[in-house]
Design a binder for this molecule. Structure first.
Ligand code: E4P
Length: 232
């Protein structure tokens, strides 16, 4: 499963890419607004961070028009900025229409704010590159977000739709692991959740014990980096 960061924060993206396990970024208007910088400049900076590390990333940038014509104008503009940009459109009738047209023009589209299997079916038929079901926001209203991901994966497999399932609005490591078990192609998560993926108390405790034992026997063991003594 590909791992995306759901953020527009450059420090978080830099830290994330340094680990070598990130495949992209999803932004949305709320995330971008928090950064308080010109949008174009900011999105291009995100693209450059991945480029510098030689990662072929997918960077989602969202339109803010709500009518098809406006989405087409914004989507074409966003896609022209950088080859890594995937245009994000909302899953409304206008958004679906824009997705069909942009896809025919060879522009990759991420259909966002998907909350039902029927929406996901339409998104695939419109040729979307990614479908983004929002897991956490469904859980927030006492629905089962991961069940939606399961249904979409099943439907897409039934008909060999090439649209990739991007499990979004993931709120913790269990969401991420379960999305991977279900077969989502991508999981996008806030930096805080990404950090949690690495953590396990037994890893910390185990390492601490290894190092203590090593320290106790250090005089005999020597130093890993010390030059080897010539054999007699
Ligand atoms: C996905 O592309 C969205 O930006 C995101 O996952 C929304 O998640 P939230 O529910 O944490 O805002």
């Amino acid at each position: 499963m590909k791992i995306f960061l759901d953020t527009a924060n450059l420090d978080e993206i830099r830290q994330g890419t340094s680990l070598g396990v990130l495949d992209g970024v999803t932004t949305n208007p709320s995330l971008v607004a928090k950064e308080k910088r010109p949008f174009r400049e900011h999105v291009l900076e995100i693209c450059r961070i991945f480029e510098e590390r030689g990662i072929h990333a997918a960077i989602s940038a969202e339109v803010v028009s709500t009518d098809t014509e406006g989405m087409l104008r914004e989507g074409r503009e966003l896609a022209s900025w950088h080859k890594s940009i995937v245009v994000k459109c909302p899953t409304t009738p206008d958004g679906i229409r824009a997705c069909t047209i942009l896809t025919r023009e060879g522009i990759r589209v991420n259909m966002t704010l998907v909350f039902s299997a029927s929406q996901a079916l339409l998104v695939a038929k419109a040729g979307a590159y990614f479908v983004s079901p929002f897991v956490g926001r469904l859980d927030d209203i006492s629905a089962d977000g991961l069940q939606l991901v399961r249904e979409i994966v099943e439907i897409y497999r039934n008909y060999n739709f090439p649209t990739e399932v991007l499990a979004a609005s993931l709120r913790g490591p269990l969401h991420v692991a379960e999305a991977a078990r279900i077969g989502a192609h991508i999981g996008t998560m806030p930096f805080k959740v990404f950090e949690q993926l690495f953590k396990h108390p037994l890893t910390d405790r185990g390492l601490e014990a290894f190092l203590k034992d090593w320290e106790k026997a250090r005089a005999t063991l020597g130093d890993i980096l010390a030059p080897a003594k010539a054999a007699r």
